[in-house]
Structures are given as C-alpha cells and as structure tokens.
Design a protein around this ligand. Structure first.
Ligand code: TXA
Ligand code: MG
Length: 358
C-alpha cells in the first residue's frame, strides 16, 4: 500500500556546485512535509523532516518498508545533535570529531523531539552527519534534521544513482536531487553506543579497523549466519535485505580456487547465469555463456559498483548470480556483508566446498 503519491521532479546539479535555488525549493518541500530523495557519499537517501511524524510515515509507505525498521536522522552540523539526543555519550563526541562528516552512523539515546516512528518505538536513535555537499546543503536549506533510509523499495539493492531511485520510487517522491553516482556505494557503518559494549551493527563506509583507534575492542558479528545466530538480530540486520530477484551464491577463499569452483558450478545452476567479477577475473569466464558484469579493479571500485551490478543482472533476467567474495577486511567486510545478505546466507567456503551452506 502506498497512500503517498506525488509527481516526481528530478533536479540535476553537480556535487561540486550545488544550486542554491533548487536546494531552497527542495528544502521547502522537506519543511512542508514532502519527500525528497538526495545523494549522500554512501547511497541515495529518501528524506523527510525528522521532526514531522506524518512526513516520516510517508517514507515507510513510499518504500513499502515495515514500520518496525527504524530510520537514520541526518544532521548538517554538531549544533543539531542535542535536538536528536539529550544523553550523548562522551565517546560519541570523540567519534564525531574523527569521522564526521562521513559514513558513520551512531546509535544514541533518543530525545523526546524525535517522533516514535523514526525510531520504530525504540528509545534509541540513529544519527549521522553526511559529507556529501548536496546532502549537507539540503539539510541546511530545510532547516531541520532529515530522516532518511536508503531510497530503494524495501528489499531492493540500495540506490547508488538517481536513476536507481527513479526506478524504485517514481511517483512516490516529490523531488529527486540528481548529483550523479555516489562515491562510496555502500551504506554507512552503524555503531551502537547504547549497548554495554559498543558494537558494529552494520559494517559500511568507515572500516571497523578505523574505529578500533578509539574503540580497541569493537567487533562486527554477522548475526544472520548460522554460526552466530544465537541471539535475535538487530533491526535492519535481516538476512534477506539486499536481495535481487536472482538466487545469489557467494564464494569465499583463495581467488584461483574460487574461480575454479564457480566454473564447476556453472553447468548445474538455473540459467541464465550472471557473474559479478573484478576486472582481473573477467578473462577466466569469457569462454562461458554467463552474463558478466565487471565491478572494477579494486575493493573501492567493487563497493561503488556492487548494487548497480546486482540491479543490472536482474535487468538482464538472470536466475542465478555467482560472486567471488572479497577478503573480510577494510571496506571488503562491508562488501562481504551485502553479498552474504543478497545471497541469504548462501556463502560457500572454498576449498571446503562440497556445497557447504553457512
Ligand atoms: O549510508 C546510510 O546509512 C544510508 C544513507 C541514506 O545515509 N542510509 C541507510 O538507511 O542505509 P537504511 O534505513 O537503509 O539503513 C539504516 C539502518 C537500518 O537497518 C535500521 O534498522 C538501522 O539503521 N537503525 C536505525 N535506527 C536504529 C536504532 N535506533 N537502533 C538500531 N538500528 C537502527
Ligand atoms: Mg536500506
């Protein structure tokens, strides 16, 4: 059900030269209770006035997102933080000084000013100061903090371009600010500062290793894998979250062995089959009939191209997707996480092959 319908206007601007008149217009739409999709350095967000419960409810209907999945509040300077949280732990200030503006989301106690649907009834709130010039300018123009999940329909890969947003949300959002493709391509790292020990709920744009400068013991445990499924998952760590329409298989291990194992699996997989590969591996599969999307030369390029690649293979109508996983380090951990979730846990360890399901 989507009671919020709108005529969608796409406003283009260059990230290095945001256009004040267009931003003033988009800011006024946010203030008036409308929905504005906007670029951040991670992915595009679907924004509404974070202080307006009705406006926020339209985010959920436009995305078809379940009401129990809370959204992140975006701010444009530290001055807005006390409005979001009235009990900011000292470590939050240290983390903010190091990583904001940027791809780090902090979970902190919620202030009464934040409507309950933003936090899905929780007494904690997710907050982030994005670094993208257009995101910052929009929040400033709106004059209010902006609640925004990723601007995709629920369960679709997150949007890394305005075209992806339009694909999912045309007619469901008032304005899409199009400033071209994003730079990181994966969502922010989410760090819960309200647990007894700070913990990473979602690896993202800030590598977990970088957080360890300030939080030496901080960990990310993928609760959705059987090996660690002891406790109930945090919101948004649902396994099936980035699922494309095809069935995804992720292969993890030494690169040569992984490519061999994927080649061996190709003939038995429901066709058509798609492959998401680093450029260097494309040559190993050119003699097969698989649809290939090359993701770039390194982990940064792979992160940027990943969600678009999943969408592209869906558009080409493949039924199965194979992907060699990157090493679970740095940005690779975030890429691995999105792949494992797109694959709904179908992670094959090579050479411990034999169709192991994690
Ligand atoms: O990079 C990003 O984080 C992007 C851009 C637009 O900022 N946003 C984004 O939002 O990825 P979304 O809604 O797709 O993912 C936010 C995640 C959700 O999984 C949600 O469950 C979690 O943050 N979250 C929000 N508030 C929370 C809270 N109070 N406690 C625990 N998790 C929370
Ligand atoms: Mg999302």
């Amino acid at each position: 059900m989507n009671p919020y319908t709108a005529q969608t206007h796409i406003l283009r601007m260059r990230p290095e030269a945001p256009m004040p008149e267009l931003l003033a217009l988009a800011g006024a739409v946010v203030r008036a209770g409308g929905l504005v999709a906007f670029p951040t350095e991670t992915v595009y967000g679907l924004g509404a006035n974070a202080l307006d419960e009705t406006a926020v409810s339209h985010i959920f209907s436009a995305k078809e997102r379940p009401a129990n999945d809370p959204v992140i509040v975006h701010i444009a300077d530290m001055g807005q933080l006390p409005l979001i949280s009235d009990a900011i732990p000292p470590i939050a200030h240290e983390l903010a000084a190091r990583f904001w503006p940027g791809p780090l989301t902090l979970i902190v106690p919620k202030s009464p000013a934040i409507p309950l649907n933003v936090t899905a009834g929780r007494d904690t709130v997710a907050v982030r100061w994005p670094s993208h010039t257009v995101a910052r300018a929009l929040i400033e123009a709106a004059g209010v903090p902006i609640a925004a999940p990723s601007a995709n329909r629920f369960s679709r890969p997150s949007p890394t371009s305005a075209a992806h947003v339009a694909e999912d949300l045309d007619g469901r959002v008032d304005i899409i600010l199009d400033a071209g493709p994003v730079t990181i391509g994966l969502e922010s790292t989410i760090l819960d500062l309200t647990a007894p020990q700070p913990r990473v709920l979602r690896p993202g744009g800030v590598p977990v290793e970088a957080l360890r400068d300030l939080l030496p013991d901080v960990q990310f445990t993928p609760l959705y894998l059987a090996e660690s499924a002891a406790s109930a998952p945090a919101p948004g760590t649902l396994l099936k979250h980035y699922a494309p329409r095809a069935t995804v298989w992720v292969y993890e291990g030494p690169p040569d062995a992984v490519c061999q194992a994927i080649r061996a699996a190709l003939p038995n997989a429901p066709a058509p089959v798609g492959l998401l590969l680093l450029d260097a591996d494309v040559g190993r599969f050119e003699d097969t009939t698989a649809e290939i999307v090359a993701l770039g030369r390194n982990i940064d390029e792979m992160a940027r191209a990943l969600f678009g690649g999943l969408r592209e293979l869906d558009a080409r109508g493949v039924r199965t997707i194979f992907v060699p996983a990157p090493e679970r380090a740095g940005l690779g951990l975030a890429v691995w996480d999105r792949l494992a979730r797109a694959a709904e846990g179908r992670v094959v360890r090579v050479p411990l092959m034999a169709a192991t399901r994690d």
